[in-house]
Each structure stands twice: as structure tokens, then as C-alpha cells.
Ligand binder design. Structure first.
Ligand SMILES: *Cc1c(COP(=O)(O)O)cnc(C)c1O
Length: 963
């Protein structure tokens, strides 16, 4: 036997060997199954020569997990974590450790998908309905959604919701000059191009203005709490609506906006246990009056019943809004902030209403004590505040310098004032240190406490109760919360149990080593407005990640600010608009979009004021080039852009892509390539090199950020050089940015969006290296083709490329089965649950089909397990075709089967219990039991109820009713 070389031994330790599911022997076996001699030959047969890269990616060689963690540790250590009193929408918080470990660091929660498949998502939907209940109770509104991307975009959504809902026909929206600056920036971005004029002024002037809505901040950005009841009445009298940006912790002590007349309330739940993260991710919310519920943006969890009549949660109303309503959708929100919403809701569950009041009161007492110490020293601070002092008449520069010397950050406002926001993490020592900056002495805090009155305005104290539901009053010990979290997680299927073969969503491995740096204090505890010199580590991380993404895509510049794919689309279209305007062609407003596009594409186009013109697809699923050419010619004078997904959502590499780009350019348009399918391209082809001008990427798809049950995400916008100046700008002028890049409007509240999860993608790329990334793409193609090939005799693939191969996903056509047996794609999706599988993408992009994307990180074993399940399901369908099973009374129509159903004393079905529960023998070793039977969608939409289920509903005596 020959002796092993060190190099070969070390290679086995390479991360890429762990990330990629199939080993070399399995890859060989699968290549044989699809009739391809090698991965290279297969790649050539799938990817058109016109776009194929000839050079390997110019990225460093792969490094091990240990080396990568050491590298990123060194980067992290360049961030300096000062005590932050900056506020402005971001506050220190203690993440309860039981939540940190069991949610944020727990794959059962972070690897879950958006809860479209209700039966396997009951746990996270319960957590989200707790979130909705918490928000409605604290704000005094009737209904809340289950998260938006950040407070500033939520305020922009509130503006457009008010426009849709107000009686006033004015096109003017009044914004208080006391809202957070990032909120104001986003309102300007969103209003531009859609016919809304933003008027900024003092609240006192709002009552007389002719406007469709008014946005207030309560408490305002400088901490003051004002009574807006009379203003609300005046605005309502003129047919306008009141939108309010607020702070949930303050609302435990002061009157709810609902009590004084607000119509829409938005805010951020960051300070409920979610770290700063240099700006994100955090869950924002939008709550409103019942009358506007059908017009709300974002996702809403509702209560319905299952096939057995038991209560069950489901996504209600807006579930698939963009896909159904396209450019008429109310917003483009797809990925939101589910994981962070779950954390915030559990913070509320853990502390309960009394705990929250205790935390808020303590923060307020410390702020009041600090204020009185400063006043005693002759310093002017505001009155009527909760946690934030607006200190005026000071030499701000000197103060900031003193503060920094003490490793303290204050809010920079102007040359003569500063802001100080206290929070849950503020200690008595902090108060002493803050007072000392002004030369004030707090000798005895307890004595100061005894002699200092509260600073909340007397008429605005909260008297109403909130969070009375048992869920907020039960799990206050760590054991109770731990078990509650476990109970909920056990109801769900996430990637820690099964592959999630969702086409277009790229549910691949989120490796542990990638996740580890996220919760390091150097990344987690930096305020987004911390001075640039404290964020050196972030600067290095961001610059390095941007450069690697530039290399992977072939573009010239990247903005990491968009915090979802849809926001990346929006940023890209804004860049296109900015470019046209700068050239005196601002009239260009036509956006061509193929009919197969993801629903967020037309929704985003609508948000920048473009008119969508739909381009047909041919019988092979490709863009119909003749139709494209005709429409580009027809709209030549006004053509702004084409939005095209590549490889297409039909799962094929279109040969004509280069020609398509040329046609658009010839008519003065720009090519936007939706990069959600980048997992089929990295290391193989670069959109920036074949003629595309701009793309968004989904780091939460291709680049391993976990899906979190529906967020967080990062949707970088990558552009060619001519569009670089129009990429999103940053809030603070000194924020790191490259010359000539990023002077466009902001699209997210924070300059670097969801900064704290960027280490995940950085780790992935450096551990994979050029070689690993290319291999990953090839194996993603191989896995999809293997599944398509093995399932061909049972479920034919709808679209294939010219060589008979698919890209990284395949669409299984179930429509003929529906015609012959009445079994729908949805029945198959639900039956997969009985096998312990999460369904593939259902009815997108083609109704009545299932789209399977296995990704490279699924092993041959897992693929075969899935194929076995699908084949068994096909056999059941054959039994219906042959008359051996009834068309209605069969395991598909009744799927999924709960333990309650199969163990009931009575079993009157026309098939055996064993077939219901254990359709394959292997399931006897490991079985997932869905907690509810098929959820009734119609019932849920007729009886809208979006808050915690009353306990009585479970007794069987009472059904949930409209709330
Ligand atoms: C996922 C996806 C999007 C939207 O991305 P989000 O991050 O969910 O906003 C857009 N286009 C395609 C093709 C997608 O698959």
C-alpha cells in the first residue's frame, strides 16, 4: 500500500467535502444515471457556450473551518464595542440566553421555510401569532402583520397603505420633522415616482394641511412624548389618516396610539431581545385598524380549522399576494424578518406584561435620575420623555470627545445638542458615568431615585391592560420557556429533519461554522450609527464580501444595503431610474417582464412607478424572443428595463440570453437579471459578463444565510460601473463607502442593512474557495437532473434545455394526473408530509406543478429517500387510476394524517391505517406526526382572526370565531 500524502489527507478535512452532499463515488453513480461522463461534460451540456466562463473565479483557495473562524475572529476584533446611548430607533437589550441558544442558534428554528405549508409550520406560526397579539395589544390596534423589514420601510408601507385607504384624495403626505432621519429618508425614496408628495414640518402645522395622511413619531426621535389626540381628530375631519412610528417598550407605560386615534402604527421590535447587529436584522411591524386589514402589506398569520374541525394556523389573506396580484400587489415584501419576530415574541412571552413594565419602568427611572442630575448642573434636557434625553445648549464636539475617551457613544445631533437614550442594559454605573460627562455627580442613586419624580406626561399614562392571554403569563421560568420552545419546534419540519426541495428558494445547508460569528459581541453589539473608526472590522468584512460578490457575478460594484431579494430588486430598479434620469431620459418607464417571473418583479417595478408589459414564453418555457423584440420595438422610446430571471424560473438556461440583452440595449433599456437562481451560475457563468446591467442576489438562498422561517435575508444589488453611482447611499456621511459608488436613495433603514448576518456568506465563500463554489454549482445541477431523471417515468419534467437536461431545478408536471384522477399537486404536497418531507414549490411558476430544487448539499441518500416517497405516491395515484383506491376516499385526499386520526377508535376510510401512517417501512423507525390535518383555507379567509386562540377553543366546545 502506498503511503498517503499530507495534501490528500488534509483535503479530506476541506469544508467543501462537508458542504456538498454526495461524495465522489455517489457523484459518479449519479452521473451515470443521467448519462453524463463527467461533471465538466454535464456542465457543458447544460450551460450555453455563449455565457460559460472560461476562467476560474479569482478567489483564494478553500480554507478549513478552523482557519476561516480564526480569520473572521481577527476581523471581528477590529470592531470596538463601546457603550451605546445613541438610540434613534436602536437600543441595547439583553437577549435572554434561553432564547439565544434555543432560537437564534437552533437550526430547528433558523432553517425553517416561510410557512406556506401550514400543517408542518404550526409551531412557528404560533410564535408569530404571539408576535401579532403582542403588537396589537401594545399599540392598541386591531390587527398586526407578522413582521416587516425595518421601521423605516414599515413607515413607507404605512404611507402607501394610507394612500390606498384614506378618504382624502390629496396626494400629499405630511411627515413630522421629529421622526427618525432614516425614516424620513425612506419616505422620500418611496414617494418619488409614485405621485406622492412628502411634506415635512412641525406637527403643529399638520392639522391645517391638505393631506391624505400624517406620520408622527411617539415618543419622537428626540424622546419627547406629546399628546396628539386633537391633531388626530383634525386630520380625520379632513379625511386623512394618522400613521405613527412608535416604541413598544415605551407603550407599556404610555397610552397606546390606538387610544388617541391612530389608524396605522409601525415600529421595530429590536429592543425585545434582538441585538443591534450594526443595523439588522430586526423585525419591524405594521398594525392597523380592522378596516384596512385587506390592504395590509406583508404576511399575516390567521386562525382557521383543519379537516377535523380543530383550530389550526395558516397564512391568511396576503399569502401569495405578489404572485396573484403581480404589479397590483400592495407591496413587494416576500422575505421578511420571521426569525427575529419569533425572538421578540418570545422575549414578551418570557417576561410577560409585568416583566416588560418592570424593564420599562427601570429604564425610565434611570433616565429621570440622569435628567435631574443634569438639570441640577444647569444643563437643559427635555421634559416628558420615556428613555431619551435631548440635551441642548452644549458644546457637542467636546462632549463626544469626552464620551469616546470613556468608551461611550452619544447621539450626534448638531453642534450644540446631543441625545442620550437609556435602555435595558443601562447600569447604575452608566448613569454615574454619563452624568460625569457633564460634570454632574450622582452620589447616591437610591437617594436620587427617592427624590426624582417620573417624567412621563400625566395625561398620557397607560391604564389599559395588555398581553392578558395565558401564553404571556405562563412561561416565565427558564424551564417553562425551554419546553415551550421545544414543543413548538417539534411541530415543525425544518432542514434539521428533512430536505426542503423548494424550487427557486435554494434551501441549502447553513453550516454551523458559518453561523457561529453572528452572535459574537463584536458583530452583534455594534450600533448602526457607531462612529466609523469603531466599525473597522465591519468595514473589512463588508469590503471583502463585496469584492467576492463582484468576482462571482462579473459586475463592478455591490451594495449590501437591501435586506431582502425584493428590496434588492427595488434598489436595482431605482439605479436604472437614476441612470435614465441623469441622461435626461427620465420618461423611460416601461418594464418588460416575462410571464414566468417571480411575483416580486412586477411588484417592485410598480413601486418605482414603472408600467409593466408582460412578455410571453414559448412552449419550451423560454422567453418568446419574437414577442420580446416586438414589445421592445413598440415601447422603444419609453423602454426602461427588462427584468429577466436566469436561469429562468422554468429551470432552463435559455440559449438566447445574450441576444435578449442586445435587443433591450438597442432600444435604450437596461437589463435587470433576477439573481435568485445564482446557485446555478456561481463559478460557471457571470451575468455581468453576458450583457446584464444589474442583478440582486439572495444571500439567503445561494450564499447560505438561513431562511429563518421567512427571513432574515440579504439581497445585495450588483451593478455594472455605469449604474454604480445610483446604488443606495448611506445615512451618515462618514459611513464607509467607495468613491463614485452609492449616491442613490436609501432603501433600508440601516446603511448596511442586515449587517450582522453577512459573516455567514463571507464564511461560506472563503471556506469553499473558487474550486468549491464551482463544484457546488455543478452538483446542484447534477442533483436536479438526477431527481428529474429518476422521477421521469412517474412525474414528467415540464421544461428541459436543448440537450434534455434541466438547470438546478425541475418542474414536475402533475396536471395530467389531475385530469385523470382528480389528484392535485396540492394533494401530493400534503401527502409528502406523511413521509416526513416538506413539499417542493407548489404551483409556481406554473399552476398545477411542483418545482423541485434539491441543492448541492443534499446527499444521494436524501435524494433517494425523496424519490422513494414520490414513487410511492405515484403508486397510490395509480391505484386510483386502476380503481383500487377511491377517487375521494384515499390517502392523498385525506393527507396529512395526524396521530389523532390514525389512532382513533373509529376508522371508516377505504384504505388501511398502516398505509395512512407508514406508507414506507422506513417510516417505522423515524416518523414525523403533523400536529393538524389539512388546514381549511376558505374557512380561514372567511373568518379572519389573527390573534392568540382563546384557550376555550381547544376544549372542543367552541370554534374560533371572527375576532
Ligand atoms: C426568492 C425570490 C425573489 C424574492 O426574494 P426575497 O428575498 O424573498 O424578497 C425574487 N425572485 C425570485 C426568482 C425568487 O426566487
Amino acid at each position: 500500500m502506498t503511503q498517503s500524502t499530507l495534501r490528500a489527507l488534509e483535503h479530506h478535512d476541506a469544508f467543501l467535502e462537508r458542504h456538498i452532499g454526495p461524495n465522489p463515488a455517489e457523484i459518479a453513480h449519479m452521473l451515470q444515471a443521467i448519462g453524463q461522463p463527467s461533471l465538466e461534460a454535464m456542465t457543458e451540456a447544460i450551460v450555453p457556450a455563449s455565457i460559460r466562463s472560461t476562467q476560474p473565479l479569482a478567489l483564494p483557495a478553500p480554507i478549513s473551518e478552523v482557519e476561516a473562524l480564526a480569520k473572521i475572529r481577527a476581523i471581528a476584533s477590529k470592531n470596538q464595542v463601546f457603550r451605546s446611548f445613541i438610540g434613534q430607533g436602536y437600543y441595547g437589550t439583553h437577549t435572554p440566553n434561553v432564547i439565544l441558544r434555543n432560537i437564534l442558534e437552533n437550526p430547528a428554528w433558523y432553517t425553517a421555510y416561510t410557512p406556506y405549508q401550514a400543517e408542518i409550520s404550526q409551531g412557528r406560526m404560533e410564535a408569530l401569532i404571539n408576535f401579532q397579539t403582542m403588537v396589537t395589544d401594545l399599540t392598541g390596534m386591531a390587527i398586526s402583520n407578522a413582521s416587516l423589514l425595518d421601521e423605516a420601510t414599515a413607515a413607507a408601507e404605512a404611507m402607501t397603505l394610507a394612500k390606498r385607504s384614506a378618504k382624502s384624495t390629496s396626494n400629499r403626505f405630511f411627515v413630522s420633522k421629529h421622526v427618525h432621519p432614516q425614516t424620513l429618508a425612506l419616505l422620500h425614496t418611496r414617494a418619488d415616482g409614485i405621485g406622492i408628495e412628502v411634506v415635512v414640518g412641525d406637527e403643529a402645522d399638520a392639522a391645517g394641511a391638505d393631506v391624505f395622511g400624517v406620520l408622527l413619531q411617539y415618543p419622537n426621535t428626540f424622546g419627547q412624548i406629546h399628546d396628539y389626540a386633537a391633531l388626530a381628530d383634525a386630520v380625520h375631519a379632513k379625511g386623512g389618516l394618522i400613521a405613527v412610528a412608535t416604541d413598544l417598550l415605551a407603550l407599556t407605560l404610555i397610552k397606546t396610539p390606538g387610544e388617541w386615534g391612530a389608524d396605522i402604527v409601525v415600529g421595530n421590535t429590536q429592543r425585545f431581545g434582538v441585538p443591534f447587529g450594526f443595523g439588522g436584522p430586526h423585525a419591524a411591524f405594521l398594525a392597523c385598524k380592522d378596516a384596512f386589514k385587506r390592504s395590509m402589506p406583508g404576511r399575516l398569520i390567521g386562525v382557521s380549522i383543519d379537516a377535523q374541525g380543530n383550530p389550526a394556523y395558516r397564512l391568511t389573506l396576503q399569502t401569495r399576494e405578489q404572485h396573484i396580484r403581480r404589479e397590483k400587489a400592495t407591496s413587494n415584501i416576500c422575505t421578511a424578518q420571521v426569525l427575529l419576530a419569533v425572538m421578540a415574541s418570545m422575549y414578551a412571552v418570557y417576561h410577560g406584561p409585568e416583566g416588560l413594565i418592570r424593564i420599562a419602568t427601570r429604564v425610565h427611572r434611570l433616565a429621570a435620575i440622569l435628567a435631574s442630575a443634569l438639570r441640577a448642573k444647569g444643563v437643559t434636557v427635555g421634559t416628558d420623555f420615556f428613555d431619551t434625553l435631548h440635551v441642548v445648549g452644549v458644546d457637542a464636539a467636546t462632549l463626544h470627545a469626552k464620551a469616546r475617551a470613556a468608551r461611550i457613544n452619544l447621539r450626534a445631533i448638531d453642534a450644540t445638542s446631543v441625545g442620550i437614550s437609556l435602555d435595558e442594559t443601562t447600569t447604575r454605573e452608566d448613569v454615574v458615568a454619563l452624568a460625569a460627562l457633564f460634570g454632574a455627580v450622582v452620589a447616591d442613586i437610591d437617594a436620587a431615585d427617592a427624590s426624582t419624580p417620573d417624567a412621563l406626561p400625566a395625561g398620557l399614562r397607560r391604564e389599559s391592560k395588555f398581553m392578558q392571554h395565558p401564553v404571556f403569563n405562563t412561561h416565565h421560568s427558564e424551564h417553562e420557556l425551554l419546553r415551550y420552545l421545544r414543543t413548538l419546534a417539534d411541530r415543525d419540519l425544518a432542514m434539521d429533519r428533512t430536505m426542503i426541495p423548494l424550487g427557486s428558494c435554494t434551501m441549502k445547508l447553513n453550516a454551523t461554522a458559518e453561523m457561529i460569528p453572528v452572535t459574537w459581541p463584536e458583530f452583534a453589539n455594534l450600533h448602526p450609527l457607531a462612529p466609523a473608526e469603531q466599525a473597522e472590522g465591519y468595514r473589512e468584512l463588508i469590503t471583502s464580501l463585496e469584492a467576492m460578490l463582484v468576482e462571482c457575478t462579473g459586475y463592478d460594484a455591490v451594495s449590501l444595503q437591501p435586506n431582502s431579494g425584493a428590496q434588492g430588486e427595488y434598489a436595482g430598479l431605482l439605479a436604472i431610474r437614476g441612470y435614465h434620469r441623469a441622461r435626461g431620459e427620465g420618461h423611460r418607464n416601461i418594464c418588460l417582464i416575462p410571464e414566468s417571473a417571480h411575483g416580486t418583479n412586477p411588484a417592485s417595478a410598480q413601486m418605482v412607478g414603472m408600467d409593466v408589459v408582460v412578455v410571453a414564453c414559448d412552449k419550451d418555457g423560454n422567453v418568446d424572443v419574437a414577442d420580446l423584440r416586438a414589445k421592445a420595438e413598440k415601447h422603444s422610446a419609453n423602454l426602461a428595463a427588462l427584468m429577466v430571471t436566469y436561469p429562468s424560473t422554468h429551470g432552463v438556461f435559455e440559449e438566447a440570453i445574450v441576444e435578449i440583452c442586445e435587443i433591450i440595449h438597442a432600444h435604450g433599456g437596461q437589463v435587470y437579471t433576477d439573481g435568485a437562481n445564482m446557485n446555478a451560475l456561481v463559478g460557471v457563468a457571470k451575468p455581468g459578463k453576458w450583457g446584464s446591467d444589474v442583478s440582486h442576489l439572495n444571500l439567503h438562498k445561494t450564499f447560505c444565510i438561513p431562511h429563518g422561517g421567512g427571513g432574515p435575508g440579504v439581497g445585495p444589488c450588483a451593478v455594472k460601473a455605469h449604474l454604480a453611482p445610483y446604488l443606495p447611499g448611506t445615512l451618515n456621511a462618514d459611513a464607509l463607502r467607495t468613491e463614485g459608488v452609492g449616491h442613490g436613495p436609501m432603501v433600508s433603514a440601516a446603511s448596511f442593512g442586515s449587517a450582522s448576518i453577512l459573516p455567514i456568506s463571507w464564511m461560506y465563500i472563503v471556506m469553499m474557495g473558487a474550486e468549491g463554489l464551482r463544484r457546488a454549482t455543478q452538483v446542484a445541477l447534477l442533483n436536479a437532473n438526477y431527481v428529474a431523471k429518476r422521477l421521469e417515468p412517474h412525474f414528467p419534467t415540464l421544461y428541459k434545455g436543448g440537450t434534455g437536461l434541466v438547470a438546478h431545478e425541475c418542474i414536475l408536471d402533475l396536471r395530467p394526473i389531475k385530469d385523470s384522477t382528480g389528484i392535485s399537486a396540492e394533494d401530493v404536497a400534503k401527502r409528502l408530509i406523511d413521509f416526513g418531507f416538506h413539499a417542493p414549490t407548489l404551483s409556481f411558476p406554473v399552476a398545477g406543478t411542483l418545482m423541485v430544487e434539491p441543492t448541492e448539499s443534499e446527499s444521494l441518500h436524501e435524494l433517494d429517500r425523496f424519490i422513494d416517497a414520490m414513487v410511492q405516491i405515484r403508486n397510490e395515484i395509480r391505484a386510483i387510476e386502476d380503481g383500487r383506491l377511491d377517487r375521494e376516499d384515499n390517502p392523498l385526499k385525506h393527507a396529512p394524517h395526524t396521530a389523532m386520526v390514525v389512532t382513533a377508535s373509529e376508522w371508516a376510510r377505504g384504505y388501511p391505517r398502516e398505509l395512512a401512517a407508514f406508507p414506507l417501512p422506513t417510516l417505522k423507525q423515524a416518523k414525523y406526526w403533523p400536529p393538524v390535518a389539512r388546514v381549511d383555507n376558505v374557512y380561514g379567509d372567511r373568518n379572519i382572526m389573527c390573534a392568540c386562540i382563546p384557550i376555550t377553543a381547544y376544549s372542543g366546545a367552541e370554534e374560533p370565531t371572527a375576532g
